[in-house]
Write a protein that binds this ligand. Structure first.
Ligand SMILES: *[C@@H]1O[C@H](CO)[C@@H](O)[C@H](O)[C@H]1NC(C)=O
Ligand SMILES: *[C@@H]1O[C@H](CO)[C@@H](O)[C@H](O)[C@H]1NC(C)=O
Ligand SMILES: *[C@@H]1O[C@H](CO)[C@@H](O)[C@H](O)[C@H]1NC(C)=O
Ligand SMILES: *[C@@H]1O[C@H](CO)[C@@H](O)[C@H](O)[C@H]1NC(C)=O
Ligand SMILES: *[C@@H]1O[C@H](CO)[C@@H](O)[C@H](O)[C@H]1NC(C)=O
Ligand SMILES: *[C@@H]1O[C@H](CO)[C@@H](O)[C@H](O)[C@H]1NC(C)=O
Ligand SMILES: *[C@@H]1O[C@H](CO)[C@@H](O)[C@H](O)[C@H]1NC(C)=O
Ligand SMILES: *[C@@H]1O[C@H](CO)[C@@H](O)[C@H](O)[C@H]1NC(C)=O
Ligand SMILES: *[C@@H]1O[C@H](CO)[C@@H](O)[C@H](O)[C@H]1NC(C)=O
Length: 424
């Protein structure tokens, strides 16, 4: 690491949406670092640079691969980071699965994190040439013969936690072992230009989805999170907005394979309510991949709550939670051979005879949808009798079922559906 001894007035240029306002950065330093190479460990020099320049300064990573061997937190305050290379997390599975070696800052499902960014008024720009190398393949292959569960310690690649007014730009996450990113207990976060790719390359598993849980992002207990210009290849939720995500924007999002965009799951914790309010999505594309690479392209946008009964305890079990999902819109959506374009269900983790969920879904709108489905259930709204869904507006909604078949529009326990004709 080289530090320029002359402190100079550092003018940080932030470009941000009108909703993002930054405190003025102050006098700063610049730290520069390059990979040590030769199998050496870069974690110390990365931590030292952030400790020195992470408050009111700038840290510049030269291109290359930085070998990260243990958990790491970046506390950034009025700071800029230019990440021209990759933070490459060693694929030492047993090491990371030891709970002492990760953080447990994401409350929901006690998920583990190996890299946490916290603080305020920061921008990390990875210039489309850097980000995180998750070295996921050994993980994916390992968990083909070993059972996996939520909360088992597989680490989230990028965790933004207790952060305010942060920007992550042009950032790549290659081969995430588990969730690619999460935003938790944060506000005013912009993620612009994220590229994520979880693709199996082990010939043993051609044609199987061996990259489950590689969600593009999960948001939880956060306000004003904006996602622009994303390209996600994964085997699970492309985006997932979980409990107490409010005022969310997602625009120009390409999802290649996986489950599509999720609202939920919600209602896993019986002792808490989950609210997901004011989510505006537009310019979404769901693209089915070659089945040898990724067999799933399940949903366009889907909504799921746990049932009204408690079946086991989180992180793996749960249910019985209440709450409200309201004011969610998805506009200009193109689907390429999706299995279930719009799906609402309230029986996640449930079994027959469970009490109906009391979590309500209302004011959902689907505008300007085009493309194809590979099943006839183009709209499948299955709401609980206890809550009942209300106000689902379809406008210019035109999804073709398989050739020669008739689309089904299933509407159970929902009032005020407009723009489509319920067939059941
Ligand atoms: C990373 O550092 C560890 C510890 O020094 C070393 O064992 C490992 O080979 C290094 N990995 C790479 C890719 O350089
Ligand atoms: C984690 O650290 C604690 C305290 O040092 C230790 O007692 C425990 O054995 C460690 N757990 C594992 C699984 O290594
Ligand atoms: C994702 O990675 C796979 C395997 O390396 C590659 O074939 C594919 O083109 C990548 N996807 C994108 C969108 O770049
Ligand atoms: C949408 O995002 C992609 C990156 O995923 C970018 O290449 C493209 O220019 C963006 N489109 C628009 C209209 O901004
Ligand atoms: C709710 O229950 C979970 C365990 O399932 C516990 O960790 C959490 O602290 C509880 N929250 C409240 C608000 O009681
Ligand atoms: C969500 O917010 C509500 C209202 O502020 C609160 O009662 C509830 O505990 C929160 N839920 C979670 C999961 O944090
Ligand atoms: C619904 O969400 C939009 C943003 O997506 C917001 O502008 C609008 O005020 C919200 N409506 C209500 C009633 O909160
Ligand atoms: C209907 O939506 C498609 C995109 O899905 C768009 O091209 C078309 O202009 C829309 N039609 C109207 C009348 O808005
Ligand atoms: C809809 O409500 C009825 C009772 O009114 C219930 O029998 C049925 O299971 C509910 N549908 C769903 C999908 O939960």
């Amino acid at each position: 690491m080289t530090t320029f001894p002359i402190h100079r007035c550092l003018l940080l240029f932030f470009t941000f949406l009108h909703t993002f306002s930054f405190a003025s950065p102050q006098i700063g330093k610049t730290c520069r670092l390059r990979p040590l190479g030769n199998g050496r460990d870069d974690t110390d020099q990365v931590e030292a640079a952030i400790a020195k320049c992470g408050h009111f300064g700038e840290t510049v990573f030269e291109p290359g691969s930085y070998n990260i061997t243990r958990k790491m937190t970046w506390d950034l305050v009025s700071a800029k980071v230019d990440l021209n290379g990759y933070l490459s997390f060693v694929p030492n599975i047993d090491f990371w699965l030891n709970a002492n070696n990760t953080y447990r800052v994401i409350f929901i499902q006690s998920q583990a994190s190996w890299f946490v960014i916290t603080g305020s008024d920061f921008e990390i720009d990875a210039h489309n040439s850097g980000g995180i190398q998750g070295n996921g393949q050994p993980w994916w292959s390992h968990f083909q013969t070993v059972p996996r569960e939520d909360g088992d310690g597989r680490p989230v690649s990028l965790t933004i936690w207790k952060a305010a007014r942060g920007v992550i730009r042009n950032f790549r996450i290659e081969s995430p072992p588990f969730w690619s990113s999460a935003v938790a207990q944060s506000s005013d976060i912009l993620l612009d230009g994220m590229f994520i790719n979880a693709t199996n390359e082990d010939p043993l598993y051609i044609g199987k989805n061996v990259v489950p849980n590689t969600d593009g992002i999960d948001t939880y207990r956060s306000e004003r999170v904006t996602m622009l210009n994303w390209d996600v290849t994964c085997g699970d939720d492309c985006l997932a907005f979980k409990g107490n995500s409010t005022d969310i924007i997602a625009r120009n999002i390409t999802c290649r394979g996986g489950n599509g965009i999720a609202i939920g799951s919600v209602g896993q914790y019986a002792n808490m309510s989950d609210n997901v309010l004011n989510v505006a999505m537009e310019d979404l594309r769901m693209i089915r991949l070659d089945a040898s690479v990724q067999p799933n392209m399940v949903n366009g946008v889907y909504f799921k709550s746990w049932s009204g009964s408690v079946n086991g305890q989180p992180p793996t079990g749960g249910g019985g939670g209440t709450g409200l999902v309201s004011n969610i819109s998805a506009r200009n959506v193109q689907l390429d051979r999706v299995t279930a374009p719009v799906h609402v269900y309230q029986t996640n983790g449930g079994k027959s005879g469970d009490a109906p969920s009391t979590l309500k879904f209302e004011h959902l709108s689907f505008t300007d949808w085009s493309g194809t489905a590979i099943t006839t259930k183009v709209v499948d709204i299955e709401c609980s009798s206890a809550a009942g869904c209300n106000d689902m507006k379809f406008t210019n909604f035109s999804i073709a079922p398989p050739t020669g078949q008739t689309a089904q529009i299933i509407c159970h326990n929902v009032t005020d559906v407009s723009g489509v004709t319920c067939t059941a």
